[in-house]
Design a protein. Structure first.
Length: 702
């Protein structure tokens, strides 16, 4: 869904004439606490912009600003974009040009608002992008500093030379104050003697600090709560770096663009999206569209998000006609009472699969019987929230009509027994077949004479003996069998899954005569459900566990570790310089390299190890029953294997090495966040120390 700039812009930007004295502009910026002022012409079209960075340049020049108009020092032309452009596309354009502000204009080029880098930060879903990152991964390890004896002229010159937004004032490597672009807005207006103005007299103090191991999420929240854009990174009291909101956005730009493309692709329903999808996903979508059963995907409300062609055939509603509407608005017949739907909703909202039969209404008003399976889907970040429902619908009108006619007449029963489009069978009290119909023989591939008199267990797939015994005994006792599933063995060796409904025929004295059973072939539905489960847990490109499934398995492994104390290791793997592969050869070749690396790593796994793709070029391995030394040795073997095994691609061989971070589950771990953070820190150290290496976290004691 398009999200235009109109939805996030500041609709009341501060604008002035280009002839306005710059001293007055500085006063406006200070009073309004803003980072820029726009100059507009008589038609309200933007002609220039003056920002805090321009203030730094003016201070460094030490010019007398009295009488200087804004036109003499502003930047022109202004970077502008239309108000109806999607804000995610706008962000890519702005960041590619290195701007921190953009003016939003209408169709006539008139100013309608302004958007800053901070506005994008609040709308781009940054929590997702930083969930495994720490301040150490984004901070500037060599921030600008000056001693407390330095003067304002020194500071302005240094900020202008380095194009920096701030500097820290230090005393014995300890930050005691900070001077920012915004401070210079105020100071420039005062027209001070910069050489005689000491930093200790104009800096802001105290400095707000944060630890390098703190998550970027916490850093962003701390900045927002304090109303600032920078945090000093401290080791005790010693300054070790600086992290700014701009650095975080810039560092994460690559991951954001990848995430943004994924989001846009999920929302597009046209042919262009389908053509970009992986070939396997295309086949699966075609398979779902070609399925005989109607399949509907809704959100939690529930409103229809997607339906296959069989849904239109079943209900008479076109797919586009149905999207956005609730199923009850289309097909509800009024034949089911409130208690029926109350039970249905209680089941699926509890996270359980609901199966049942109901009477619905087609678009033309005709009623039909439907067999319905509704499966809840949890796609929330914590894996707990139910976000979607998948419904598999089958028209059973003909079957229900057959059942009703069977109840009405024994003669009709025999007719439909022999020729009904569903399989029927009759058993004696020992479970031997007394009779089957033609559909039964067709479904399982047998001749009539080869079936009669044989025990039903001979036709079931291996391993169901206990299941058959317990359910058949219950059937004889209760005289009814409802939607009981069995796997039959086709004569050619294939598996046919059926759901069995049955009744026991008894004479007037209540003595057993025979069973009468209807077998519904649900093989296709089971395959669809299995494919849907596969889609929910598997990365489409590599066939590995996807991020959500991998993290779910980590939580289970942590629970086992807490209960039994079994050693468990986690390896975080990143492809070195992978961005260069994409930039040089294109994303298609990059995908081939990712698939090659996935195969290479998987070739060394044990049966109980789990390899997953967490996103982009980042992989992880969960290794149960493995201590830190075993994990390190395994990681080194994988690294060496990758280093000596280039990927064969359409453009030739490409060698990509691996950086690997290793950590083990510890007694103090209460959730997986700490484990992920340690492995990520070890991975960062591996990349920082030269890449193509293995590092442990915590590091081995010396």
């Amino acid at each position: 869904m398009t999200q235009p700039l109109q939805n996030i812009l500041n609709a009341k930007p501060i604008s002035v004439s280009a002839a306005t004295p710059i001293i007055e502009v500085l006063s406006i910026m200070e009073q309004q606490h803003i980072s820029c002022v726009l100059a507009v012409d008589a038609e309200d079209k933007p002609v220039g912009i003056f920002t805090e960075q321009d203030v730094v340049a003016l201070m460094a020049s030490a010019e007398n600003l009295s009488g200087v108009p804004m036109a003499a020092v502003m930047h022109a032309p202004v970077f502008t974009l239309p108000a109806d452009m999607d804000y995610r596309d706008a962000y890519r354009l702005m960041s590619a040009r290195g701007y921190r502000h953009l003016a939003v204009v209408d169709a006539l080029g008139r100013l309608t608002g302004i958007v800053s880098e901070g506005d994008f930060l609040h709308h781009l879903g940054m929590d997702y992008l930083v969930e495994l990152k720490t301040v150490a991964s984004a901070m500037d390890r060599s921030p600008l500093t000056l001693p407390e004896q330095a003067n304002l002229a020194d500071a302005a010159a240094l900020l202008a030379e380095r194009h920096a937004s701030c500097l820290l004032v230090t005393r014995d490597q300890e930050p005691i104050g900070i001077l920012t672009e915004r401070d210079l807005v105020h100071l420039a207006r005062l027209n001070l003697d910069q050489a005689k103005t000491m930093l200790v007299d104009v800096m802001h103090a105290p400095v707000i600090g944060i630890g390098a191991e703190t998550s970027l999420q916490s850093a962003i929240r701390q900045m927002e709560q304090a109303g600032i854009r920078r945090l000093a990174v401290l080791d005790g009291r010693r300054l070790v770096g600086l992290v700014t909101r701009h650095d975080i956005v810039r560092m994460l730009q690559g991951r954001f663009v990848e995430y943004l493309h994924e989001t846009i692709e999920r929302q597009r329903l046209d042919l262009e999206r389908i053509q970009r999808q992986d070939a396997q996903l295309q086949l699966q979508v075609h398979a779902l569209n070609a399925a005989g059963n109607a399949i509907v995907i809704t959100d939690a409300e529930p409103r229809i998000l997607w339906a296959n062609a069989a849904f239109s055939t079943l209900t008479g509603y076109g797919v586009q006609e149905a999207i956005g509407r609730k199923p009850s608005e289309l097909v509800a017949s009024g034949k089911q009472d409130q208690a029926f739907y109350q039970n249905l909703w209680q089941t699926i909202l509890a996270g359980d699969i609901w199966r049942g039969e109901l009477i619905n209404k087609r678009k033309d008003g005709r009623l039909y019987d439907e067999e319905l399976t509704i499966t809840p889907v949890r796609l929330g970040r914590d894996g707990q929230e139910i976000t979607h429902f998948i419904a598999v619908k089958q028209d059973i009108s003909e079957r229900k009509a057959v059942e009703r006619r069977l109840q009405a007449s024994e003669a009709h029963f025999r007719l439909f027994y022999e020729h009904a489009p569903v399989a029927y069978q009759s058993l004696d009290a020992a479970g031997n077949l007394l009779e089957v119909n033609d559909e039964w023989l067709r479904q399982f591939g047998y001749a009539h004479d080869a079936v009669i008199g044989r025990h039903i267990g001979e036709f079931l797939a291996p391993g169901q003996e206990v299941l058959l015994k317990t359910r058949f005994e219950s059937f004889l006792r209760d005289s009814v069998l409802r939607k009981t599933e069995f796997d039959f063995l086709h004569r050619d060796g294939g598996i046919v899954t059926v759901a069995v409904d049955g009744l026991v025929d008894r004479d007037e004295q209540g003595h057993f005569q025979r069973t009468q059973c209807v077998l519904h072939n649900i093989t296709a539905r089971k395959q669809i459900e299995q494919e849907l489960r596969y889609l929910a847990t598997t990365d489409a490109l590599t066939g590995l566990a996807n991020r959500r499934h991998f993290l779910d398995q980590m939580r289970l492994a942590l629970a086992r570790h807490q209960r039994h104390g079994t050693p468990t290791a986690l390896l975080m793997i990143d492809l070195d310089w992978f961005k260069r592969v994409n930039d040089q050869y294109g994303h298609a070749v990059g995908d081939e390299v990712l698939q090659h690396c996935a195969r290479t790593i998987a070739s060394r796994l044990r049966r109980n190890d789990l390899l997953g793709r967490l996103g982009g070029e980042e992989f992880a391995i969960l290794m149960p029953d493995t201590d830190v030394e075993g994990a390190r040795e395994f990681a080194e073997r994988v690294r060496q294997l990758a280093a000596g095994n280039p990927a064969s691609t359409r453009t030739g061989e490409i060698l990509v090495t691996l950086s690997i971070g290793v950590t083990c589950f510890q007694e103090r771990d209460q959730n997986i966040d700490g484990i992920l953070a340690r492995s990520d820190q070890a991975l960062y150290r591996a990349k920082h120390n030269g890449r193509n290496r293995v590092e442990l976290e915590p590091p081995p004691s010396s």
